[in-house]
Design a protein around this ligand. Structure first.
Ligand code: GTP
Ligand code: MG
Length: 465
């Protein structure tokens, strides 16, 4: 029943799988060949745990050296039909920090090893219960804070990405095998697959991969959210705009120029997308060291932004300070949106000049004070972040930089295989490029992978998962 867990040992691991704190119940979990035996050594119920019916809740008491630790419900999941593929025991105890700590200590005293971060899921991967993209989706689902992030994680967890990649791989694997076979018969000049078929399949694969690569812009925003940085000269209403967007008085607003001296961040769930909005110190020449530091931080916030919102005061003509802001933003190369604020006042801003100075961005008119134009601004921001709404349930979009990079490598290998084919070079080179592309695709699901990649991925998990 037990399997190699990849580290070359057969330890049984244990961890508290629910978050720290007080709650109705908590779950302490064991996985490994001795899971049932270790849990059984503490369990006192109607029947011994070693005779428990699989996947059926057993009520009893947890007793260590005559001391009753807690009343619990224990479930045994024999491998390989368990989360990790090994024998798993889940102990549902009362959800107190001390109770769970004592139960875990007792399990360790009985022979379990405390689990490392993500070790349950790592074992699930090593035992073939999940592929690597699905394991990453587990962490994403746990971290999801909005509908969009939950939805894209769920599609990956259900194996949709894997299915699509397998589909691409299977077709090319067959071709690769044929090309490699032809090499064995190179004297006889046989062709198992026509060149047209090879080149057609390569083109189809590249096109499917390019669709996935393009989906990364949306997928990344669903998973990581969208960073919006609000900049502008002093007193144009940046902090008022932040407050209007998040609908509470987060930042201090006064009529004194230079009110905001540090960057202020808040998050907003706009229709399922997590926006992080950063209000910044107004950009102006200043000798005040605190304000200068604020302006330095503004520049950093611009670098971190997915989009920069430049705020202008519509009631006054453009000033040299506005121009200085525009220069910084234009120099950053970031997507920009111009927001002309104070639309409730008489307008004096020179719009043609603004358009000329900031040609990249659209202009939106609002009043942070009266809220006029704010819903339109929100709609515009959502559109900019997602370019086409949050994905449908089950729609596959790429969400991880790791997957994106592997797809780029696969694409360039397949393109180069196509070029080699056209140039009439030996099929040996075509097969080499094909193999490299297939390996890049296999890295995503973990069919080909290194320990470094695994450590990097599973160290991001919480303990007990
Ligand atoms: N009439 C009117 N006044 C506004 C509007 N938005 C902001 N104000 C006023 O403009 C002044 C400056 O607003 P803030 O939000 O502090 O401006 P800021 O850009 O954050 O300023 P600094 O932090 O100093 O750079 C305050 O007196 C606000 O009440 C608006 O839409 N209409
Ligand atoms: Mg401010």
């Amino acid at each position: 029943m037990s399997r190699e867990n990849g580290s070359g040992t057969h330890e049984t691991i244990a961890a508290i799988s629910t978050p720290p704190g007080e709650g109705g119940i908590a779950v302490v979990r064991l996985s490994g060949p001795r899971a049932v035996e270790i849990a059984a050594s503490l369990f006192q119920g109607m029947n011994p745990l070693t005779e428990a019916k699989p996947r059926t809740a057993c009520h009893g008491w947890l007793v260590q050296n005559g001391t009753c630790l807690d009343e619990a419900v224990v479930t045994v999941f024999p491998g390989p039909r368990s989360y990790t593929g090994e024998d798993v025991v889940e102990i549902s105890s009362h959800g107190g920090t001390w109770v769970t700590r004592r139960i875990l200590d007792a399990l360790v005293a009985a022979g379990a090893e405390p689990a490392a971060a993500g070790e349950f899921t790592r074992r699930a991967f090593l035992n073939g219960r999940l592929d690597l993209a699905q394991a990453e989706a587990v962490a994403d689902l746990i971290r999801a804070k909005t509908e969009a992030s939950r939805r894209v994680a769920m599609a990956h967890l259900r194996g949709r990405l894997t299915e699509q990649l397998d589909h691409i791989r299977e077709r090319l694997l067959g071709i690769c095998a044929h090309l490699e076979l032809e090499l064995d018969f190179s004297e006889e000049d046989v062709e198992f697959t026509s060149r047209e078929e090879v080149s057609g399949s390569l083109a189809a694969a590249v096109s499917e991969i390019e669709t996935l690569i393009r989906s990364y812009a949306r997928g990344r925003v669903c998973r990581e959210g969208f960073n919006l940085t609000i900049v502008g000269r002093t007193n144009v209403g940046k902090s008022s705009l932040l407050n209007a967007l998040i609908e509470r008085e987060r930042a201090i607003v006064t009529d004194i120029p230079g009110t905001t001296r540090d960057t202020i961040e808040d998050v907003l769930d706009m229709d399922g997308i997590c926006f992080t909005i950063t209000d910044t110190a107004g950009i102006r020449e200043t000798s005040d060291p605190v304000e200068r530091e604020g302006v330095r931080r503004t520049r950093i916030a611009i670098e971190d932004a997915d989009m920069v919102v430049v705020v202008f005061d519509g009631s006054t003509p453009l000033t040299p300070e506005d121009s200085a802001v525009v220069d910084v933003v234009n120099g950053s190369g970031k997507p920009v949106l111009a927001v002309v604020n104070k639309s409730d006042l008489k307008q004096n801003i020179e719009l043609p000049l603004l358009k000329q100075r900031l040609p990249a961005g659209e202009t939106v008119f609002v009043s942070a004070k009266s809220q006029a134009g704010i819903p339109g601004l929100i709609a515009r921001l959502e559109e900019a972040a997602l370019q086409g709404g949050i994905p449908e349930s089950g729609e596959v979009v790429i969400t991880h930089a790791r997957h994106h990079a592997a797809l780029e490598r696969a694409r360039s290998s397949f393109l180069s295989a196509g070029d080699t084919l056209k140039s009439g070079l030996s099929q040996e080179f075509v097969a080499l490029d094909l193999r490299a592309g297939l390996d890049a695709l296999a890295e995503i699901t973990g069919a080909v992978t290194s320990d470094d990649v695994l450590n990097h991925i599973f160290n991001e998990f919480c303990i007990g998962k």
